[in-house]
Design a protein around this ligand. Structure first.
Ligand SMILES: Cc1ncc(COP(=O)(O)O)c(C=O)c1O
Length: 324
């Protein structure tokens, strides 16, 4: 029989779906940037499932990993703090006394850190597991959360989001969804959810962190694992998934000038800000491929990332000549 995991309520959901007009065209936007403030964006949906489990296991610490401006790491640390759990973050990048954005907030919260090189980050799960063992020898319980909260349990956040969107009746207007993909869990959840709730949806993904084949494999692996672990009576259909490659040529931690111009134009016309690592890149792909004269049938999911904007404040301003 199908197993539905339990979750703890952390996110402000359901998030609204808005009809947006931009450049004389219109489309639907799922405001998952509204899931919370300190815990904003897509990851809090996954954390509802992961932290339920952590709490059940009476953990003292959660360990998780990501880039130094990881939205996921910041959201994890704030959500864990709200449950009385400490966090240690394993971050790819450098410590800085003038930290901005997410890293600044992690510091305000008093998180513990270990900074990793890009190579070490490839082994982040093993590094966290090693430290878990040494802390457990001191009598502390540690709960590990992988990059982006993307585990078969974590992806339930977006399986559940499909049910939420179905209840919002959006699939009467949209036959596909587009989102940014980092660790792949959000997409894997959308894919599994659309099959589980019998919605004939195509899921378009903009890969910002991993190459096309690697992210495709990660997404399909996560989806397969969840189907197996939770005994879901569905069969994966790869054709439901399409990766829109080539929108992160400047690299995960950077943002190109043409994308920044679009981000600023969009903000000035709609009052909605997009971030440099994920949603700004995804929106460029959306703008190039799905905005035409008619209302788009592809739903754009705004997955948050606001604090990442501040780490790029000079770049956001310099390109339009506001500061010299
Ligand atoms: C703002 C934002 N959008 C999208 C994503 C991608 O989500 P996933 O890692 O589940 O692919 C992330 C990842 O952390 C994110 O922070």
């Amino acid at each position: 029989m199908l197993i539905i995991p339990k979750r703890i309520s952390l996110a402000n959901i359901p998030t609204p779906i808005q009809k947006i007009s931009f450049e004389g065209k219109s489309f639907y936007l799922k405001r998952d940037d509204f899931t919370g403030m300190e815990t904003s964006g897509n990851k809090i949906r996954k954390l509802e499932y992961l932290l339920y489990q952590a709490k059940k296991e009476k953990t003292d610490y959660v360990f998780t990993c990501g880039g130094e401006q990881s939205n996921h790491a910041r959201a994890t640390a704030f959500a864990a703090a709200s449950l009385g759990i400490k966090s240690k973050l394993f971050l790819w990048g450098k410590n800085s006394s003038s930290a901005d954005g997410n890293l600044f907030l992690d510091k305000v919260l008093g998180c513990e850190f270990r900074f990793l090189s890009k190579n070490e980050f490839g082994n982040a799960n093993a590094i966290m597991a090693e430290e878990k063992i040494s802390l457990e020898k001191k009598g502390k319980k540690v709960f590990l959360i992988p990059e982006g909260g993307s585990s078969p349990l974590g992806i339930w956040g977006y399986i559940h989001a499909i049910e939420e969107m179905q209840n919002q009746n959006i699939f009467k207007h949209c036959n596909s969804i587009l989102t940014a993909s980092g660790s792949g869990g959000t997409t894997a959840g959308l894919l599994v959810g659309s099959l589980l709730f019998k919605q004939n949806l195509k899921i378009f993904v903009v890969n910002v962190l991993y190459p096309k084949d690697e992210i495709k494999n990660k997404i399909l692996f996560l989806a397969e694992q969840a189907i197996k672990d939770f005994r879901l009576q569905i069969k994966l259909d790869e054709k439901r998934l399409e990766i829109l490659d080539g929108y992160s040529k400047e690299g995960y931690k950077h943002i190109s000038d043409d994308k920044l111009s679009l981000i600023k134009k969009f903000a000035r016309h709609t009052g909605i800000i997009l971030d440099p690592a994920y949603t700004g890149k995804a929106f460029k792909a959306y703008h190039d491929n799905f905005l035409s004269g008619k209302t788009s049938k592809t739903l754009f999911v705004h997955t948050g990332g606001l604090y990442g904007v501040f780490s790029k404040r000079k770049k956001y301003l310099l390109n339009s000549g506001e500061i010299k």
